[in-house]
Every structure is written in C-alpha cells, then in structure tokens.
Write a protein that binds this ligand. Structure first.
Ligand code: ADP
Ligand code: ZN
Length: 753
C-alpha cells in the first residue's frame, strides 16, 4: 500500500487548531515544516505555515496542498519551536503567533480564489547597468555617448540607473542606445531598501579600554560564550555605569566565535543612538528592525539577516524573532521596560521570549538594567539560573546626581496657591542657563490642561467612549481622549448646567512649556511628547537639537527618561512625580521608582556633576524616599514585602481575563459565567485552593473605546496549574462554541488598567 504523507498547517486566523492536508507527490521532497503553503480553506484559499509533516492516517477525506510557496523554510526548526511555545505559553492561536514572527504580509489572510495575487516575496528590484564591454568595438558614438560609456567603465557594478542619470544629467535614451549596440547590459536587480539615513553613514565612536568592573563581567561572558550553552545573566548597573560597552565587547567576542548576536532595545527612540554604536563597531553586518521602518525596509532587513549577510540585529520587541542562524548572544537592554510587552494578541513579553529563545539556541542571554523589574531581580538574587552581576558605580567614578525632593504642600503654603514650578527648580534652571548647561524637565502628561471642570456644577468633560476625562490641547485647540483619540472642540459652556464657569484643571507639557517660556524668555525650549513627534523624523530632530546644544531646556513625557546620554545635562526636574501612584495597579510604586531613577540618571553624565529636583505631594511614599537615595536594594526590600503580603508576582503567576461588550449588564453577566467556569476547573485540581480567582470586577478603566470592561484576575502559586486551568476553560468554551471565547487572556500582564 502506498504510504500517504500529510502536513499540519497553521493558518493566520484566530483558531487554536491546526488543519491537516495531504501532500501531493510532487511536493513530497521539498515540503518541510516552516515553509508556507497555499491551501483551500472553506471557499477561499489561505496562505498557511507547515508545522508538522507526518504519515499518520487521517480520518475523513483531506484536501491536498495547492501550492508550496517557499523552496526553503521561512522559519528554522528552532524558530518554529519557539512559535509553538509562544502559542502555548501565551494561550494564543498558533497561526497568529507564527504570523508575528515574520515580516508583515508574508502570512496573508486572504488570497484571491484564482490563485496568488498577493506578494509572496515583496522584494524590490531596480534597473541597473550590470555589464560594460571591456574593449568597445569600433562603433560610431556621439561625444556624449562616449562620455557616458567612459564614466560607466570607471564605476563599480551594478550601477543604479536612476541616480546615475541624475548625476550625469542625461536621459535614459543614451543608455538604451548603448545597450542596443551591446556596449552595456541593463536589467532589474534586487536591492535592499536601507533604513539608515544618509547622515548615519560613517559614525565614529571611541572604543574604551574596559574598567576593572566591566572586565570582571566580560571575563565571565567570555567563559560562557566558550561553553556555547544556554546561560542567562542580569547586569544590574546604575545609570552611566558602562553597560553598553560590555554588550559591544560581548558581541564582538560572539562574532569572533562565528556566532551571531541579537540586541533588543525598548523603543524606537533609543535605536538611533544605540544603533550608531553598533554600526561603528560592526559596520555593514548590523541590521535594524523596528516598527517605524516601512514594510519594504523591514522585509529587506529580514532577508539580509536570513541570508547571513547581517550578523548583528538591533531592534525593538518583535526583533526577538529575527531569523539569525547560529545565535550566540542575546542582549535585552533596559529589561524592565514596558514596551517589551505586546498588548495585542499574542500578548508576549519579548524579554521572556528572549530567554526561551536562548534556551532553544544554546545562547547566552544578558538582561541589563539600572532598575530591573522586581521579578527579574528576585530571580537573580535567589540564585537560580539567572546570574547576578552588579556595576555599582558610574564610569570614571562620576558621582550619581544629588536628588532633592520638594514637598509641594509646603510650596502651596508658602505661595498661598498651587505652583507648577517650585522655587528650588526655578533657581536651579536659572543657574544652568547662566552656565550654558542643559536642563531636562519630565512631566508624564501631554497636552495643556488635564481636564475641564465646571466650577458651578462640578461636571468634568469626559470622552464619549472611555471613562476618562478629556485633555485640553492648546496647540490644536481641541479636547482629546488619550486612550481612543476622540476629538472635540472646546465648549464655552458646561455641557450639564450650561453656565460659563469652565475651568482648566492640572497642567501638561504644553502648559509647562508656556510657563517656562514666560519665566525664561531668552531660553530655547524644546518639547518631546507624542504630539510633537507625530511627523516622521521629528523625534530625531528634537533630540538632535538638544544633543548639539541648539535648545537649552527639553520638556517631555517619559520619552525623555530613557537611555539618552546628554553630557551637558546637569539638572533634571520632575513635576508631579506621584502621578503613577494614583493608578490602580500593583506595579504603581515600582513604576514610579523606575521612572524617577531612570530620569535622574540623565543628569551629570558628563564632567560636571548632576542635580535632580523632584516635586511631589507625597514625599513620604517609599518609592519617592528610595528614589531620592537612588537605592534599588532598599526599595526592593520594601516592595517585596508588599508583594509577599498580597500575593503578587514574583510570589504568584498572574493572568488577567478581560471581557468587553457594548452594554454593561450583559458583559458583566458573561464575566460571571467565565469566573464560574474558572472556579469549576480550579476546584478539580487537588491543590486548587492555592489558586485565587478574583472578580469579576469593573476594570479600572471601566469603559474604553465604547466597550464596557470587566476583569477577572487569577493569582496562582503554580504556573503549571494556572495553564492547566486556563487551557481546560478554553477547550470547554470552544467545544460549546461559546460566545465567551472572545474573552482576552493576558498571561503575566504588565498593565491592569
Ligand atoms: P549605561 O548603558 O550603563 O547607562 P553607557 O554604556 O552609556 O552606560 O556608558 C556611559 C558613558 O561612559 C558613555 O558615554 C560611554 O561611552 C562611557 N564609557 C563606557 N565605558 C567606558 C570605559 N571603559 N572608559 C571610559 N568611558 C567609558
Ligand atoms: Zn476615548
């Protein structure tokens, strides 16, 4: 009997199972897991990913694969394995998990019924001169034609036609003539779209001899790289302690051993600075991957990596899936950063995926931070697989900045009214401006006023779709919802009592920019927040102007807190430091401490020592007290007690289930059904009592984008049991084809709003 071959396919649909197809004889030798295929699916065709090839007989008739799209698999067996893990750990549909591992568009949802019209390989081709006759035969040419031919013989091939014509100021007909006489050959050649701007072309960065502390850690790294096994290490180094220099040396070491390197950075904003370092060290071997690249650029970078032409990848969250072969080292810089967590399906955390990938590839994983996430630090000092390394002082013994905390309640009494910028900060700024030094001002709220209050009836203007007040933006003269983008004009009268006592409450970055402009009319003031960076390139422009001293003061949201190295900044001011503490989130204290420590770390990175002024109404809160001394350890001791008492991570694994709906009551009812189901499966566990199921309760943001939201929080002492229960519940729902299956489940949530 002939042995039939089958293949299990994952399709890019929110479906949890794979689908089995038969493999036609013509494809048997080529079809391997990790390749894309086109398959009939219902009444249409879909591009799916082959996950498993096998000979297990399949009940019922199966359809054959229609077309094999890749001669070589797109995903290596290790990446495919990572995808399977991703789907199972984060409870995400496999097709969706595999889709985000590839550049956009490669696993398309739909294909025309007549066949593939989509771009399977959206590569770019450009017309180029690819050959030039060495000794031109005796043909008659005009002077101009001869000139052009002459020039072509001098240039390295291929010569791109368009830029060449521009340079020579001639038309394409000359080239056509030369081609028709067989003096040159032209054809379309594949090119890479480069994400580097022209000015980036030859960066120069000094390499430093390592300090003793850096050398100690680097020696350990060398040892690990020599062993070529999975290892993980946390480098806990205060801001400015020279972590980047260690990464660079470590990567050079890995490359020297014939392996490749992956570097994750939190945000696109950090990429220009950091990627310049990497370019200076590793030149053309560096690829960058982040979501601000065009699809074409991303695709080209991805291909360059896959072909082994780029051996160092620097990128944001999804770069963790970069198709590097023979991966030797993964660096996750600022590992505590919230941008590593994807808030849509699949809700993965790139830092944790990086560690899993390190395991699968036998690579060294380095996590770096000045303020590690509490769970990471806890693991590292517990003495498990995560090694702990400390860099306790700044490079060249530069002191950490002095931190002052200004009690804004006292400031209020002194002035008899609320002030935005304290006396201490005003004096401090004046001093810096006189000395031609620079100032950073952090205020984590954009816009002009944070809400509009009617002083007659107390009504605040809030979003029609979200339970949140609207922010007044003066630049655009609009009220804006910061969650859904809803816009409306500024009312003259209160929407409820119709009186004209509308009052702007609170202050955002726009307002502070205006105030500082009034206080320091000659100062050049820049602003960096989501409103000012909307246009492409403006982020770099604003930061660039500050870096080269064209602006004296830079005001911004948390965007300014991260990673930047501005040696002339000697003063950092923080307004309303307690803002994050008001959030109903168990990580509020940790976030506050991190933000303050990070932004303080921007001061005094050059030769002059730095100073930080933190303004707050809660000076005695422990996150502020420890941020003042910049003592992570003391903060940790206090925070970990709170986590233990209330059974939060790292003492439990968390999952957050959110149900959304257009109407409040039916949504609540569904949430209750889901909670019952969770309880049912939990109670079947022998040790079920160690898993707590809390809720359903209204989510802190009870309405978002027009949807009512209820959440159920699960705290489990055993991660394995947590997964067991959630999987059982999901299977149950799927079998019943329940409408609850749209509940979103977030494993290891960072954001509980
Ligand atoms: P971190 O990443 O820990 O905040 P960086 O790696 O940015 O710190 O280093 C801070 C500054 O010190 C940078 O300007 C860097 O060029 C410089 N630096 C790093 N290592 C050395 C060294 N061994 N000798 C001299 N300068 C160094
Ligand atoms: Zn809204």
């Amino acid at each position: 009997m002939k042995c039939e071959t089958f293949v299990d396919i994952a399709v890019p649909r929110p479906l949890f199972q794979t689908f089995t197809y038969s493999v036609p004889d013509s494809m048997k030798d080529q079809l391997t897991p990790g390749s894309r295929v086109m398959v009939p699916f219902g009444r249409q065709h879909l591009i799916g990913m082959a996950v498993r090839v096998h000979q297990e007989p399949h009940p019922g008739g199966v359809k054959p694969v229609r077309e094999l799209l890749d001669r070589e698999p797109l995903l290596s067996s290790r990446l495919l394995e990572l995808g399977l893990w991703l789907a199972s750990y984060y409870l995400a549909p496999l097709g969706e998990a595999l889709k985000i591992m590839l550049p956009p568009g490669l696993l398309a949802r739909k294909v025309d019924r007549d066949g593939p019209s989509g771009r399977f390989w959206p590569e770019k081709r450009r017309l180029a001169v690819v050959a030039v006759a060495v000794s031109p035969p005796e043909v008659k040419l005009t002077t101009r034609q001869r000139e052009v031919l002459e020039r072509l013989t001098q240039l390295p091939l291929p010569v791109w036609v368009q830029p060449f014509l521009r340079q020579m100021k001639c038309s394409q007909s000359i080239l056509k003539t030369l081609a028709s006489r067989q003096l040159i050959e032209m054809k379309a050649v594949e090119t890479y779209r480069s994400p580097w701007s022209q000015s980036d072309s030859s960066p120069e960065v000094k390499k430093h001899p390592l300090t003793r502390d850096q050398q100690r850690i680097f020696t350990k790294i060398q040892k690990h790289l020599a062993s070529a096994e999975y290892r993980s290490m946390l480098i806990h180094g205060v801001t400015g302690s020279g972590k980047t220099e260690i990464y660079l040396n470590a990567i050079a070491e890995a490359l020297g051993r014939g392996r490749t390197a992956l570097v994750l950075v939190p945000e696109i904003g950090l990429t220009p600075q950091i990627s310049r370092y990497f370019r200076a060290w590793f030149g053309e071997q560096v690829a960058i991957l982040h979501s601000a690249l065009s699809e074409g650029e991303r695709f080209d970078q991805w291909r360059k990596i896959r072909r082994g032409e780029a051996r160092v990848v620097v990128g944001t969250r999804s770069a963790v899936f970069a198709p590097l072969q023979n991966l030797g080292i993964i660096v996750v810089d600022e590992e505590h950063d919230g941008s590593y967590k994807q808030e849509d399906l699949p809700r993965y955390n790139a830092r944790d995926v990086a560690r899993k990938r390190g395991q699968l590839e036998g690579a060294l994983v380095i996590l770096g931070s000045a303020t590690p996430q509490l769970e990471t630090f806890y693991q590292a000092v517990q003495g498990g697989e995560l090694e702990y390394e400390r860099l306790g002082s700044r490079i060249l013994e530069r002191p950490l900045p002095t931190v002052h905390v200004v009690d804004m309640r006292e400031e209020f009494q002194k002035h008899g009214k609320a002030v935005v910028i304290s006396d201490l900060l005003v004096t401090g700024i004046a001093k810096r401006l006189n000395r031609k030094e620079q100032v950073l001002i952090l205020l984590n709220r954009r816009g002009y006023a944070s809400s509009l209050l009617c002083r007659s009836c107390g009504h605040t203007e809030s979003c029609e779709h979200c339970s949140i007040s609207l922010t007044y933006h003066r630049d655009s003269n609009r009220l804006v919802c910061h969650y859904c983008g809803y816009l409306r004009s500024v009312p003259k009268r209160c929407g409820v009592c119709r009186k004209e006592y509308i009052f702007f409450l609170g202050h955002g970055t726009e307002k502070v920019q205006q105030l500082l402009g009034e206080l320091f009319p000659s100062a050049r003031i820049g602003r960096l927040d989501r409103d000012t960076v909307q246009r492409k390139g403006s982020f770099q422009r604003i930061l660039g102007a500050f870096a080269c001293g064209e602006t004296d003061i830079l005001i911004g949201t948390q965007m300014i807190a991260k990673g930047h190295d501005f040696p002339r900044v000697t003063l950092v001011g923080v307004l309303t430091a307690e803002q994050a503490l008001k959030m109903a989130d168990f990580r509020a204290a940790e976030r506050t401490f991190q933000l303050l420590t990070q932004v303080a770390g921007r001061a005094g990175r050059g030769e002059r020592p730095g100073e930080v002024v933190i303004q707050t109404y809660y000076p005695n809160h422990y996150s502020l007290r420890h941020a003042r001394s910049q003592d992570y350890r003391l903060f940790f001791e206090e925070e970990i007690r709170f986590r233990r008492n209330f059974q939060y991570p790292p003492f439990t694994a968390l999952a957050n289930c959110v149900l959304q709906g257009e109407q409040s009551q039916p949504t609540r009812h569904k949430a209750e059904q889901l909670a019952d189901l969770l309880l049912h499966y939990r109670n079947r566990l022998s040790s079920g009592r160690r898993m707590r199921i809390l809720g359903p309760a209204q989510a802190p943001l009870e309405r978002l984008k027009g949807q009512y939201r209820f959440q159920i929080l699960i705290k489990a002492t055993s991660r394995k049991e947590l997964h067991e229960v959630l999987k059982s519940v999901m299977d149950d729902l799927r079998q019943k084809k329940s409408s609850l299956k749209n509940a979103s489940i977030d494993i290891d949530p960072l954001n509980l709003l």
